[in-house]
Ligand binder design. Structure first.
Ligand SMILES: Cc1cc2nc3c(=O)[nH]c(=O)nc-3n(C[C@H](O)[C@H](O)[C@H](O)COP(=O)(O)O)c2cc1C
Length: 313
């Protein structure tokens, strides 16, 4: 109390990526099922607010189109490392050419988890060609099809789906990715000190502590709990992000206090998109930023970067 908090700073910088707030728009795929503006709506909100977007490999919009919408606004690209290495490489090259500033490799979804409701409903939007825009805009992928997706959507979708799983991937494969791109590489989906150590030993530039919003392994440890163990392992200087369950400002402050350099939003902005397209995402961002500013002040903080474990019990 009485800490003199008239001036406050919510900004962060992560691997050269600046954000006015300590949250980024994390990779959420297939946003066409949420709103017709899909990833372009998210890009508009990102550009309007300066909060960077991490575009999903499973987006409904080609990464070049999202980059065009973003203009000069900073962005990263999330990589689902397809089982087909040449296709994955093509995606990495395209992301670099389109001005994405880092590659975030998702480790926890080398194939989709067991999702009861989707199974019950026989629901897989990829089968209808949704969320496959990176495949359908890839010259290498299109070369391999006998007929383009406009003419035979089912075969194109199945071909893409078949190229997706990659359960044989190991840490050593990161060497190939380092050779393929000069962009910083982050890995997303780390939940243990052991994996964090392996990631650093294999030259990654940053780690995202995440259990994929609880969508992959039932009963996985909560990302916020894992964050403490991971920060202890990697030390104070390593770049560490987290996501999962961020719904309001205090969630962010707790994550920052427990060792995150920034957090990612997932469902929260997807809900905004569902309700109001780009304006809905922007409303989520602005309300969360305002709530964060107020909560930081009332908790006696001047900068989100200065919070430490003493801020939580
Ligand atoms: C509908 C949906 C789609 C997602 N798609 C991706 C994706 O394409 N790539 C990825 O790395 N993570 C994906 N995620 C996981 C998010 O990036 C993030 O880890 C998770 O949503 C965080 O939890 P939260 O939704 O509680 O914020 C997805 C999550 C949801 C809910």
């Amino acid at each position: 109390m009485l800490a003199g908090v008239a001036e406050r700073d919510l900004s962060v910088e992560v691997l050269g990526l600046r954000s006015p707030v300590p949250f980024l728009l994390g990779p959420v795929g297939v946003l066409s099922i949420v709103h017709e503006e899909a990833e372009l709506g998210v890009a508009r909100a990102s550009k309007a607010t300066g909060v960077p977007l991490i575009l999903s490999s499973a987006a409904s919009t080609p990464l070049e189109d999202v980059a065009a919408e973003l203009g000069g606004a900073p962005r990263w690209f999330q990589l689902y490392w397809w089982g087909d290495r040449e296709l994955a490489g093509s995606l990495v090259d395209r992301a670099g050419a389109a001005g994405y500033g880092a590659i975030v490799v998702t480790l926890d979804t080398l194939t989709l988890g067991w999702r009861d409701r989707d199974l019950r409903n026989g629901y897989l939007p990829f089968l209808r060609g949704e969320g496959l825009a990176q495949f359908f805009s890839d010259p290498l992928f299109l070369e391999r099809l006998e007929a383009p997706p406009e003419e035979d959507l089912q075969t194109a979708s199945l071909t893409a789906l078949t190229a997706f799983p990659n359960l044989a991937l190991t840490w050593r494969d990161l060497e190939w990715l380092h050779e393929r791109t000069e962009l910083p590489i982050l890995v997303k989906g780390v939940l243990t000190a052991e994996d964090a150590r392996l990631a650093l030993d294999h030259g990654v530039d940053g780690i995202v502590v995440s259990n994929h919003g609880g969508r992959q392994v039932d009963g996985a440890v909560a990302a916020l709990d894992a964050l403490v163990e991971v920060r202890d392992e990697v030390g104070p200087d390593a770049t560490l992000l987290m996501d999962g369950g961020i719904r309001r400002a205090s969630d962010i402050l707790k994550a920052m206090a427990l060792g995150a350099d920034a957090v990612l939003l997932g469902r929260l902005y997807a809900y905004g998109l569902a309700v109001g397209g780009a304006a809905g995402v922007e409303a989520v961002i602005r309300q969360l930023a305002a709530e964060l500013d107020l909560t930081l002040a009332l908790a006696g903080g001047r900068s989100v970067r200065e919070l430490d474990r003493a801020a939580v019990t």
